[in-house]
Design a protein around this ligand. Structure first.
Ligand code: ADP
Ligand code: MG
Length: 471
């Protein structure tokens, strides 16, 4: 098959964008189609980290796309910097010319790309993502301290804070920050040896080395580095012998001023069965927590994710996603993907209506109208003839509990407040109470025709009040 005019490639790219939006990146624009011949579409990228991303994440999607476009069995080959097309593509070790993002000791500018391909990164156990840079990390009140510390360490490894210990729930950006530091240190010091490894890999290597009687090479591997970055260190919980070995690794690096960076789901003293001497060492430097992002930060993250994907997300769509999903950032990304895919299937643009359909949002107020918690409380207390202060009290009889639950349900549906905030508003209740209220009302709404009617009429009133406020 021949394609002298390169008409196939744009279609393939379009196809990948349509079917797998979550894989797409803005820099896909820079991929060069070299040729399509002998059943192979040959593509070139100029950065090693992009090359790795394509090989690691995208091989299947590109193959499916090219087959969908051409109707033929065509394989896709990605060529990195330095690969020549008549040889098999391979991982590049060459030094490409790229934008300058760092400065070396002698003052010469150095690109992250050069550093990445030249530097002795031992990230083989865990691939670096081109997405996980400081530029792509949105600052918010939830991560301000961790981000500031990460930047300080990236500029001054071994000197700013040692060790650095970042903790927070799953999906809040720990891995992202660890990789951002690693990539930036490499950019500035291309000759640095950085070992970036998930804790599970540390554990596996330790066990294998013990079995094979190769502890001295194990020690070499982990101690002869300029910076050791271990992700998800809480996996050390309960592993006495591995903890013991890690203790010595830690001491050896620490004594020679090598930077140590750790992430964990839990703060040091809450990791179960962690030796005290490790707990105390983990607190020697800086312990920074990442919390769940607030609404504004979530909006900014959705927009940032869309930008990285090369997608255009209108403000109202970003707000909608951020208001519906308030815990895990991966879920924000999942919602964005869902909306992108469904808009594509429906042949529509990525607009609010498509987004609401994709996320199953119903009965929203008129555009421009803002439902406030006060509106909800007014409508509900009026209907049930109760007062706000009784809803905020400890009283639990049904005549109070039901309207309280209904308020929580609507607050969840119409406002962007988190479960915690809603619970706080209704008498300092915790988020599980709100979650329970939302579930209870949702379930009864389906099974109880009477309640269902009441809720529908309350909804009308709430929307009406909100729209007249907006007008
Ligand atoms: P963790 O390691 O804490 O489980 P990750 O670092 O894997 O979380 O983050 C999950 C996803 O959320 C990643 O795609 C990451 O890029 C994204 N993310 C988290 N925090 C931010 C932020 N502040 N700005 C942009 N993206 C973020
Ligand atoms: Mg992680």
């Amino acid at each position: 098959m021949n394609d002298p005019d390169h008409t196939i490639w744009p279609q393939v790219l379009e196809q990948v964008r349509a079917s797998r939006p979550e894989l797409c990146r803005q820099w896909f624009e820079e991929i060069e189609p070299i040729s399509i011949d002998a059943g192979s579409l040959n593509l070139r990228v100029h950065q090693a980290i992009h090359h790795q991303y394509l090989q690691r994440e995208c091989a299947e999607a590109f193959k499916d796309a090219v087959q969908a476009v051409t109707g033929h069995l065509v394989v896709v080959r990605f060529f990195g910097p330095g690969d020549t097309v008549d040889q098999k593509p391979q991982k590049s070790q060459q030094e490409p010319v790229e934008e300058h993002i760092g400065v070396s000791e002698n003052g010469a500018p150095i690109s992250a790309e050069a550093a990445f391909s030249r530097g002795r990164v031992r990230g083989d156990e865990l691939a670096f993502s081109p997405d996980y840079t400081f530029d792509n990390f949105v600052e918010g009140p939830n991560n301000r301290l961790a981000l500031a510390a990460a930047r300080a360490i990236a500029q001054n490894p071994g000197k700013a804070y040692n060790p650095m210990f970042i903790h927070g729930d799953v999906g809040l950006g720990k891995t992202h920050l660890l990789q951002a530091i690693s990539l930036q240190v490499l950019a500035a010091n291309p000759d640095a040896t950085i070992l970036y490894i998930p804790c599970e890999a540390f554990i596996t290597r330790f066990m294998e080395s013990v079995q094979a009687g190769e502890m001295s090479s194990f020690r070499h591997y982990f101690r002869d580095v300029d910076m050791l970055v271990i992700d998800d260190i809480h996996f050390l919980a309960k592993l006495d012998r591995t903890q013991d070995e890690f203790f010595h690794t830690f001491n050896s690096l620490y004594q020679s001023n090598r930077q140590i960076i750790l992430s964990s789901d839990l703060p040091p003293d809450e990791i179960p069965h962690l030796e005290n001497r490790l707990v105390s060492r983990f607190k020697w430097g800086l312990v920074a927590q990442i919390d769940a992002p607030d609404y504004e930060t979530r909006v900014a993250i959705v927009r940032q994710k869309a930008r990285v994907r090369g997608a255009d997300v209108p403000d109202d769509v970003a707000s909608l996603i951020a208001s519906r999903i308030d815990s895990n950032i991966r879920e924000l990304e999942g919602a964005l993907t869902k909306i992108q895919v469904q808009a594509q299937v429906a042949g529509s643009s990525l607009n609010l209506e498509a987004a609401r359909a994709a996320l199953g949002v119903k009965d929203e107020p008129a555009p421009g109208a803002q439902v406030t918690i006060e509106t909800i409380v007014d409508v509900v207390t009026d209907f049930y003839s109760v007062t706000l202060s009784s809803l905020q009290s400890k009283r639990r009889q049904r005549s109070i509990a039901l309207p309280r639950q209904v308020c929580m349900y609507f607050a969840r549906q119409y406002t962007r407040y988190s479960l915690e905030e809603i619970g706080g508003y209704f008498g300092g209740r915790d988020h599980t109470t709100v979650l329970h209220a939302v579930r209870t009302v949702t379930n009864h709404r389906e099974s109880d025709a009477e309640l269902s009617k009441v809720l529908a009429s309350l909804e009308k009133k709430i929307n009406g009040a909100a729209s007249s406020n907006a007008a």
